[in-house]
Write a protein that binds this ligand. Structure first.
Ligand code: GLV
Ligand code: MN
Ligand code: MN
Length: 418
């Protein structure tokens, strides 16, 4: 205990991160844990067991979100929550999400060991499917907790093998109506998520703590391009309606639109492609693209989207193909809560940890928790900003410092008047 705040054992936290990283669909050190895979279910069991050992009361909802509660002296008051995710995209590293889950649990245990008594209960949340890998939509668990997705849309989700959420959650032993997932009003008093930065700024500026003042708004589109196929030798060039080439032009137009939106914060990526029949000697008759478009302001994101849609019409007309767009999600940005941010700043100051405020360009469950209650995020540095790749790395001392700031923040949020 120093500065009146409990210590975090960096070695214990690192040991847990390393153990969890071994529960993966890929060969370690690669971490892959896709929604409802055995790996993600075993990883959740691993965290579940630690939560029970810490004396927390655990509940798992109908979509697999897990809640582990340390009941406070005012159990009917809205709880203070922390947490993140343990699913991982294919070929990922071991820190994204995990630092917020195991760091959150270790922060709670440190408060317990320091004989802290919560007034509002403190709850660790392990969110289902922050990553969009299986169903194409990110933050599924927190999105449903916030009631931010119509249940018809949830029921219509299909994975690449055509399986529905209901089918897969039954296999994972989850039942109960999806209607029960959305949280009632005033369920939480506040939410703070610890996460690696996934960008290079904290490392470059040699700062241990970032405080997230806004999260860029993500949107995603699935685009189908239908042209005309044929024999690669026999169909002469003037008669072609090549779906793959139309898709290629569209991807370049997507890049141009993001550059010309009027904001340096607009980013667009065409990261997923499917071409049919995908044979060297056949003119592609159909292509599917998935486009990820994000921005810190809706105005410039909308402008970029308009430029993309205009280019899409022009390409379709000129090449004689049809291009259909389907929106997967279009979420507004979220702001950090000023009071919560100030508490994080005060706690870090007491620990002699320098901070800066920053924008999160990646999305997080906090994007949706910000709709449920006052929210902020605590960022820690990661080497070279690497994330979503096996080389992801954060220094154990930085992780422990982040967990310590989180512990101090949860303690204050548990007791202070709202
Ligand atoms: C979340 O992982 C994102 O893509 O921002
Ligand atoms: Mn991620
Ligand atoms: Mn994450």
């Amino acid at each position: 205990m120093s500065a009146g705040l409990p210590d975090i054992d960096p070695a214990l936290l690192q040991k847990r991160i390393d153990e969890l990283a071994l529960i993966t669909e890929a060969a370690p050190p690669v971490v892959t844990r896709v929604l409802f895979s055995d790996a993600v279910l075993h990883a959740r069991d691993y965290v579940h067991k630690l939560c029970l050992e810490a004396g927390l009361k655990v509940r798992i909802d109908a979509v697999g979100n897990m809640f582990a509660r340390w009941t406070g002296s005012a159990p009917d008051e809205p709880a203070v929550a922390t947490g993140s995710h343990i699913d991982a995209i294919p070929n990922a590293g071991k820190y994204d999400g995990v630092v917020g889950v195991l760091g959150g649990l270790t922060a709670i245990e440190a408060l317990q060991e320091a004989d802290f008594r919560p007034m509002r209960s403190i709850e660790l949340v392990v969110f289902t499917a922050e990553e969009p890998t299986r169903f194409g939509i990110g933050c599924l668990g927190s999105r449903m907790l916030a009631g931010a997705i119509p249940l018809e849309k949830v029921r219509a989700l299909r994975d690449p093998e055509g399986r529905s959420l209901d089918e897969l959650r039954a296999r994972a032993g989850l039942d109960g109506p999806l209607e029960s997932v959305a949280l009632p009003k005033n369920h939480y008093a506040s939410f703070a998520e610890l996460h690696i930065e996934q960008g290079p700024l904290l490392e470059q500026e040699n700062l241990p703590i970032g405080i997230v003042q806004s999260i860029a708004g993500p949107s995603a589109y699935r685009v189908r391009i239908q042209g005309e196929g044929g024999h690669a030798g026999a169909v002469l060039m003037p008669g072609r309606h090549d779906a793959s080439l139309a898709a290629s032009e569209l991807a370049l137009a997507v890049e141009k639109a993001a550059r010309e939106s009027g904001s340096p914060d607009t980013v667009a990526t065409t990261g997923k492609w499917e071409i049919f029949p995908n044979a060297i000697n056949s003119v592609p008759f159909e292509a599917w693209l998935e486009i990820d478009l994000r921005d810190t302001t809706m105005e410039t994101r909308d402008r970029a989207l308009m430029l993309m849609r205009e280019a899409s019409h022009e390409i379709a007309a000129r090449r004689g193909v049809t291009i259909e767009w389907k929106e997967i999600n279009a979420d507004p940005p979220a702001d950090g809560d000023p009071r919560t941010m100030k508490i994080v700043e005060d706690v870090a100051l007491r620990l002699d940890l320098a901070t800066r405020r920053m924008v999160s360009r990646a999305y997080h469950d906090s994007l949706f928790m910000a709709r449920v209650c006052p929210t902020t995020m605590i960022f820690i540095p990661c080497r070279k900003g690497y994330s979503h790749r096996p080389e992801e790395f954060s220094d154990p001392a930085h992780i422990a410092a982040g967990a310590r700031v989180l512990a101090g923040t949860l303690a204050r949020l548990s007791h202070e008047p709202l």
